[in-house]
Ligand binder design. Structure first.
Ligand SMILES: Cc1cc2nc3c(=O)[nH]c(=O)nc-3n(C[C@H](O)[C@H](O)[C@H](O)COP(=O)(O)OP(=O)(O)OC[C@H]3O[C@@H](n4cnc5c(N)ncnc54)[C@H](O)[C@@H]3O)c2cc1C
Length: 566
């Protein structure tokens, strides 16, 4: 690190000393408040050192540290209760009440400790320099890590690298993406169905990644020999070249129309925020036209919405569009309920192959009761304006939405890399490209095999996030000349929302015979909302989405057409 001091004290020793000092000072301060008992010095110091060792330091995160350490006061207090009562603990209300002051003291201690630890960490950095991480780093080598793609895989890799403090101590991190925000795809159907505002399900990359250089640009090529990335400024001009030492390919996937040019020209894809906005606009446009259409055949054609593909994305979209279309009927006086049709075309015998059969059957029945029609064992073969050619008969419709196939980003085709038959880059157990040390690939653009089970990992956000954590840790391992870890992750389960207050849930439950807990209906829908709301990045966005959901319960869906980006 040119020009930077780095005092050669082991990271472990430095964090132990900082944790102990912060815990000691926090104990004294809490005791000085006088009204509450301070946690015992011994337990406080042990907890403080453990916290300091586990939670990586970052610069100036006072509130975050105070809140995290304060929140940990609850479990520590709970754990110490039986310890302190020498095995005769009774969980009575009386016992809890008598120990309540200790709980207050632990939480207060945590908050003060968090603040002090941050202050001491910043002070240590100012006096001693950054933590000593390894020979290469101490010798002043600053590595350039370039991440391509700002989706779940790319963004989470950068976020994890920041948490591991890699950028501050040993490397610069640059993220290149053609969008300036992370799109939270699990809620995309709700944007198409006008339940949520588009910007509420996207989180700006810059705000989430304070220590990463974010470049909005389109990657046009990667030279793996020269270790450079070429990008333009989205208009096709102003080429920029980035040099890298370590490269992360997280370019995601695109809709795959299986070579059908007519379908590609006429169908809406359903991958991006832009797609969802266009679909919503188009549905409203179809209602506007149908409302002034005297010919009942044409009116019906306008209000027939065909979705190709019965996987998660297609089924969730069918549920959301069906609710939307039937929910706005009151605004269009010349349109009858019987004019509206949502048709889902699926090539297999049953929808939702990702879920167990009973749940897929439940989803199908539920959607049918709400008016969705299914064409199973059928394929979309072609499309012309006003007519969609399906293997079991033509459907008169002005709307085709394609969710029936995806393919890894075609940019990968320009690179000489080993790929599977879908075109996904094959990586080894550590997510490194074969014969390309220093280059990792993950998410929807990579063919990842679980190192423990030997099974192919599915292209989902759930896996992309875990792969991102593994890649970030492996980059750090390489920087420190340590061995990389093999990737393993067991799916936590699947959730699929199928429209108004209904969802299907399949959760992985360890130590049970089936290993799965399945349920559906309102409870699954509440779980879906709870889980995805908690995962949506940023407190502000969580509040906005929650407000949208609450308003939706009392007011009709918004039918204002947004600016037509076309
Ligand atoms: C409608 C829908 C619903 C889904 N629901 C779920 C769900 O409920 N649960 C779940 O686990 N998964 C879900 N998924 C799947 C999940 O979204 C993907 O698996 C996940 O997004 C993969 O992450 P990624 O980072 O690999 O790819 P992406 O999220 O697609 O990110 C790729 C990034 O690369 C950028 N990019 C692409 N090309 C270029 C270029 N040339 N230059 C610069 N930048 C580029 C893109 O803009 C994007 O930011 C859903 C997907 C869809 C479409």
């Amino acid at each position: 690190m040119s020009g930077q001091r780095s005092f050669r004290m082991s990271r472990f020793l430095r964090r132990t000393l900082l944790g102990a000092a912060a815990a000691f000072l926090a104990s004294l301060l809490v005791a000085a408040v006088g009204q509450t008992r301070s946690p015992e010095l011994l337990w406080g110091t042990i907890a403080g050192i453990a916290y300091s060792l586990v939670v990586p330091p970052a610069r100036g995160t006072y509130m975050e540290q105070a809140m995290t350490a304060g929140a940990l006061g609850f479990p520590i207090w709970g754990l110490l209760l039986p310890l302190k009562s020498s095995g005769h603990m009774r969980w009575s209300a009386e016992a809890m009440r008598s120990d309540f002051p200790a709980l207050v003291a632990w939480v207060l201690f945590g908050v003060v400790f968090g603040m002090l630890l941050q202050a001491l960490t910043d002070l240590a950095e100012a006096i001693l320099g950054p933590e000593y991480l390894g020979a290469a780093i101490a010798e002043g080598v600053r590595k350039r890590i370039v991440i391509l793609g700002g989706g779940f895989a790319g963004m989470k890799t950068a976020e994890r690298l920041e948490k591991l403090a890699v950028s501050r101590h040993s490397a610069t991190v640059t993220l290149v993406s053609d969008t300036n925000s992370l799109l939270f795809t699990p809620m995309l159907a709700e944007v198409a169905g006008s339940s949520l505002e588009p910007s509420h399900i996207s989180a700006p990359l810059r705000s989430s990644l304070a220590q990463t250089e974010c470049i909005r640009g389109r990657v046009t090529g990667v030279d793996l020999e020269q270790r450079t990335v070429s990008l333009d400024n989205m208009n096709g001009d102003a080429q920029l070249h980035l040099e890298y030492d370590y490269l992360v390919l997280a370019l995601g996937g695109v809709a795959n129309f299986l070579g059908n040019k007519d379908v590609e020209r006429l169908a809406f894809s359903f991958k991006s925020l832009f797609d969802a906005i266009r679909i919503r606009n188009h549905v409203i446009e179809m209602f506007e036209r149908a409302d002034r259409e005297p010919d009942s055949m044409i009116r019906r054609r306008r209000l027939t919405f065909v979705i190709a593909g019965g996987g998660f994305a297609g089924v969730e979209l069918a549920g959301a569009l069906n609710d939307f279309a039937r929910g706005i009927l009151l605004d269009y006086r010349n349109v009858q309920c019987s004019d509206v049709q949502v048709i889902l075309v699926h090539s297999r015998e049953r929808i939702l192959p990702e879920l167990t059969e009973s749940l897929a059957v439940y989803a199908l029945k539920c959607l049918e009761e709400r008016g969705v029609c299914f064409r199973l064992n059928a394929r979309v073969k072609g499309a012309a304006p006003g007519a969609i050619d399906v293997s079991d008969g033509t459907i008169n419709s002005d709307t085709l939405i394609w969710t029936a196939g995806t393919a890894p980003n075609p940019l990968l085709n320009s690179m000489t890399l080993e790929k599977d038959k879908r075109g996904a880059v094959i990586v080894d157990r550590t997510l490194t490209l074969q014969n390309r040390p220093g280059v990792w690939a993950l998410g929807d653009c990579a063919a990842v095999t679980d190192a423990t089970t030997g099974q192919q990992c599915p292209p989902t956000a759930q896996f992309a996030i875990r792969e991102a954590e593994a890649v970030a840790e492996n980059i750090l391992a390489v920087l420190r000349d340590k061995p990389q870890k093999a990737f393993h992750f067991k799916s936590l389960g699947s959730l699929c929302v199928i429209g108004h207050q209904t969802a299907c849930a399949e959760l992985a439950i360890p130590f049970t015979t089936s290993g799965l807990l399945q349920f559906s209906g309102l409870s699954a829908w509440l779980l879906w909302r709870g889980i995805y709301l908690s995962k949506l990045p940023g407190l502000e966005r969580k509040i906005r989405v929650l407000m949208n959901w609450t308003l939706e319960m009392f007011f009709p869906r918004d039918i204002v057409q947004m600016i037509d980006l076309e």
